[in-house]
Ligand binder design. Sequence first.
Ligand SMILES: [Zn+2]
Length: 354
Amino acid sequence: MNTLADIFSQDHAIQLLCRAYRANRLPHGLIFSGPSGIGKATTATALATLFLCPNPIIPKNDHEIPTPCGQCESCRLCAADKHPHPDFHLVYKELIRFHDKTGKSKGINLSIDVIRAELIEPAAHKPNLNHGKIFIIEQADTMTSAAQNAMLKTLEEPSEQSLIILLTDQPTYLLPTIRSRCQLITFSPIPTQTIQQQLIQRNIDPHLASEAAQWAEGSLGAALSWINDDLLTPATQIRQIISQFLVGRPPAADLPDWFKKAADHYAEIQLTRDPLSSKDQATREGLNLYLRFAAQPLRQQLRTESNPARLERLCQAIDALSRAADDLDANVNISLVFHQLSSLLQRQFLSPTG
Ligand SMILES: [Zn+2]
């Protein structure tokens, strides 16, 4: 069973939650904000287990973390496989297709149908075990405006002892009316060293663990999924391509072509995992990820570069990568985005005057 005491590198968030829990002042709505893969969902589940336990162990010392008893029916259900607790409700993106009556959904947005069936209706009923109800909404920023508006009343007039936790890496995508009714708890990126240790503890080869931790930008979840999907190989390739640009040498691979192949491979992995997901969506997701990988060597160089002209070129290249990501979000034609990016990088780094 996961408890709040097991959460690492999020002391500030855990302290806030424990203080509110001890004072019996947990708000009905919480927003856990921060990049994905840093412990938001694990913390939400651990808080849920504590919240639902009727006999929690609350240490006298204020600095010690309260834990669920681990013995009661609620704790046993929380610890069981697939979390069958009747008062624990997880809202996640795979439910989108399940509730999609039109069959047209690409499984991207949490619609009003999902929120009504999975949150609003069950929230109106009494808890099954008479000790509160928990709702955790993953990727809450993917809720449509209609879905968010529909849940306002539930947030405003919660039935007794219910706790709604919204997980998001984009809190500003939530309506102001939602944000103002919830307490925001911010989660921080995990230190590289800690990610490396955690990976090694999970029996991952130390060399691979060190490499993945360097790429992970504070997300243990990202490091684990990249290792799992073997994405460190393309990450290294794009680093090499960008490094060649940086020393003014034309890269061995054609940039648009490399991105296309890498994204196709990424989409293939995602579609094998979930054959009903959208290929276009997965391709764009892959491209976004590789653009992030491509920006990393540039950012690293930015920290040590002192020559003003080279600094300027680095900034322009980083801007170009982030503009490409924006264009992808705006559904601009993929091939056009990468041809523009490629010609910009060539102008910046390979022109004879540069
Ligand atoms: Zn218990």
